[in-house]
Design a protein around this ligand. Structure first.
Ligand SMILES: Cc1cc2nc3c(=O)[nH]c(=O)nc-3n(C[C@H](O)[C@H](O)[C@H](O)COP(=O)(O)OP(=O)(O)OC[C@H]3O[C@@H](n4cnc5c(N)ncnc54)[C@H](O)[C@@H]3O)c2cc1C
Length: 413
């Protein structure tokens, strides 16, 4: 079949990989040049440990507290937007224990499935993307966070995801080359990491060699729909026609869905990151829990990333929040002194956030030849290959490898 994929981030590229392999003729259309999008500058963590969605008990009160601090890691910009109000309402409705229990099962299944695909990729792809299985260390400094994270560790162990609660001495043993200041930590040995900019750039070259066509700097603006079927994609005044269409448009998907009368509540969660040359040889990727900052060794560099600004699809860089990331570093690594990066070295990306913290993956019931794959929020890199494989199984009408019920893309229809 001729398959058109709109969006060439990790979700679109992973879908292209499996669809091309299955014998389809694949075209990716993207409004950008695929060099700096959300899938390139992220923290590179593959996180089966992340079983708890953002919509969880306590998140609303934390968010309200953080809103009044300009360097805080989480921020919802107050604005008159019907979409934001509806998204906030759904987020609120899902911030409870029952939802967390249901979501954890679905997230575990797709995370482990996707990690298995990464293991295969690291063996079968003809390029290196620095995939390493060294686990993830969650560091905390306060009693309150210690309590919360210990609960998370018990919850994870109960769901079959290995987690170890570590004393400060045990944390230091895991990181022999850098002094760590923490009350303790939780270590998830099953997590992994990679260098996303390598994966994305090399995957694009690889797919081109396999015959996948890339149409970049071309924005999808409309659809020609007839008899509940997409006949044409209208993009930058060109018309394209495919048998099957995949929507992998990340944070932009809510607005695009409206054109097809498919309701995909979505908010962009902006985050920042920067690379800095290695000062201390960090072994294991970490998350500074109170600061919500992610630290990942990548080749000769370390990437620091964080913040979640729900402020619409916009590309302004708030250096105050970048300062929040920089200031947190010596609090957890007291011997490290990282200078504030110039704005030109700060990367930003828009995480596509569904209100319930679960991605939208599946065939539309409204439009016959439309498959949706988006809304992976903080876990898009982790869940990319798994999502791509599921998209291929859906298009080929194969039995999917995991249950898809929780990811129904029209659950808000
Ligand atoms: C600071 C930060 C750290 C992160 N760390 C991690 C991590 O450690 N692990 C992890 O798993 N995830 C992480 N994430 C999240 C992850 O980066 C995202 O979930 C993921 O990149 C989303 O991929 P995507 O393909 O859905 O969207 P995108 O990468 O945004 O791709 C969507 C594409 O669609 C295109 N598009 C949109 N509209 C149109 C249109 N109308 N016409 C044509 N093209 C269009 C866009 O140009 C874009 O290229 C992080 C994110 C941030 C910001």
């Amino acid at each position: 079949m001729r398959v058109g994929i709109v969006g060439g981030g990790i979700i679109g590229l992973s879908s292209a990989y499996y669809l091309q392999k299955a014998g389809h003729q694949v075209t990716i259309i993207d409004q950008d040049d695929l060099q700096i999008g959300c899938s390139t500058g992220n923290a590179g963590m593959i996180v089966p440990s992340h079983l708890i969605p953002l919509a969880s008990p306590g998140m609303i009160s934390k968010g309200i507290r953080w809103m009044f601090n300009s360097t805080s890691p989480f921020y919802v910009k107050p604005r008159w937007s019907g979409d934001l109000v509806k998204w906030g309402y759904h987020f609120y409705r899902h911030s409870n224990k029952d939802h967390v229990a249901r979501a954890a099962i679905a997230l575990k299944d797709i995370s482990l499935f996707s990690k298995a695909m990464y293991q295969q990729w690291s063996k079968e792809l003809p390029f290196d993307f620095e995939y390493k299985e060294r686990g993830l260390l969650m560091l905390y400094q306060t009693k309150e966070t210690e309590h919360e994270e210990s609960e998370t560790a018990h919850f994870a162990n109960k769901h079959g995801i290995e987690a170890h609660i570590l004393s400060p001495t045990e944390v230091q043993q895991l990181e022999p080359h850098v002094k760590v200041s923490a009350r303790g930590g939780v270590y998830f040995p099953g997590d992994a990491h990679l260098t996303p900019q390598l994966l994305i750039s090399q995957m694009i070259l690889f797919l081109k060699k396999q015959g996948v066509q890339f149409i970049t700097n071309t924005t999808l603006t409309d659809f020609v729909v007839d008899n509940n079927q997409i006949r044409e994609l209208v993009a930058s005044s060109n018309h394209f026609s495919f048998d099957e269409v995949i929507l992998a448009t990340g944070s932009w998907s809510g607005n695009i869905g409206k054109k097809l009368h498919v309701n995909l509540p979505m908010q962009a969660g902006k985050g920042y990151s920067f690379l800095t040359p290695i000062q201390k040889n960090i072994q294991v990727p970490s998350i500074f829990l109170e600061a919500r900052v992610a630290v990942t060794p990548m080749g000769d560099n370390i990437r620091f990333g964080g913040t979640m600004e729900i402020a619409g699809v916009n590309h302004t860089i708030n250096m105050n929040r970048v300062k929040g990331i920089v200031d947190s570093i010596p609090r957890y690594y007291p011997e490290m002194n990282i200078a504030m990066p110039p704005q030109s070295n700060v990367w930003h990306g828009l995480r596509p956030c569904s209100p319930d913290g679960l991605p939208y993956i599946g065939k539309s019931k409204t439009i016959k030849n439309l498959t949706i794959a988006t809304g992976h929020a903080m876990m898009g890199l982790s869940l990319g290959p798994g999502t791509g494989k599921l998209v291929q199984q859906i298009i080929d009408q194969d039995q999917t490898s995991i249950s898809m019920e929780a990811f129904n893309p029209e659950r808000y229809q």
